[in-house]
Design a protein around this ligand. Sequence first.
Ligand code: AKB
Length: 320
Amino acid sequence: MEAEMNNILVIGATGQIGSELTPVLRDKYGNESVVATYLPNEEPGPELARGPLEEMNILNKVRLRNIIEKHDIDSVFNLAAILSAKGEEAPAKAFKVNVLGFYYLLELGRKLDLTRIIIPSSIGVFGPEVPSKNAPNETVLRPTSMYGVTKVTDELLGNYYFQKFGLDVRGFRLPGIISSKTLPGGGTTDYAVEVFYEAIREGHYTFFVREDTTLPLMYMPDCVKSFIDLAEADLDNLEHHCDFNVSSMSFSAGELARKIEEFLPGFTYDFQPDERQKIADSWPDSLDDTPAREEWGWKPNYGLESMVKDMINKLEVKLQ
Ligand code: AKB
């Protein structure tokens, strides 16, 4: 049986995903029904101001509770996270934001009887023991980054709150997300976004991973679709809750560079791996996402060629 999402809270609405998911949720559910939060040091921008806006840090649990009560929130998308590269620089902060912040939200979800919480997990949950090709949904999770440790914990916590308290918590393991609106903030897969900006602005990009580094990636329109499809899926059909693999495309840094070169002749590139290479090497090349396809009908629309074409079209307008 499907419960409705009437009043939605998006935590972290200014980030790479939040800045694109929030407007789509507002188009679908109405401007007034989607409350967007931003951090005290951030500028939310005019687009996010077309609906209710609240300044909030997820670690401020009193304010989180006040906002949920003030807007009579029933469903929460939690996009507050410290990503993999930043998590290695600031592991304590990553633990607090990614685990403690989510725990506060789960506790409020239980106490205030929220209908639904959606939280992205990540390919960061995987470690080097996992088969690199078509990493299974059910496999050993021994990540080597702090980010991965926090995301495995979040998956387990979300599943626990569902089993123990019946709180409907849902999530999937996002690959690296490629998008043209807002830059990602401190992940290992950031090269797959930065390369487009530099190719258009400078005609050259130095990748911070090796040419043969192959990872699962996804274009933002598919990422937004995955959030909405999972959030709207019928609970009765879900055997998994917070730990779905979701796959879209996989390619190496070299393949991405050569595809961009086809659209931007004269683009040059080289490869100077840094400390992020170690994280990339610990993640699988591709994922088996059969449970997501079977339980909530996951199906992406974009591949390498259509994504590169659309990114270049959008960024050529944005950067001119
Ligand atoms: C990162 O690189 O940390 C993120 C992710 C794959 O979760 N983009």
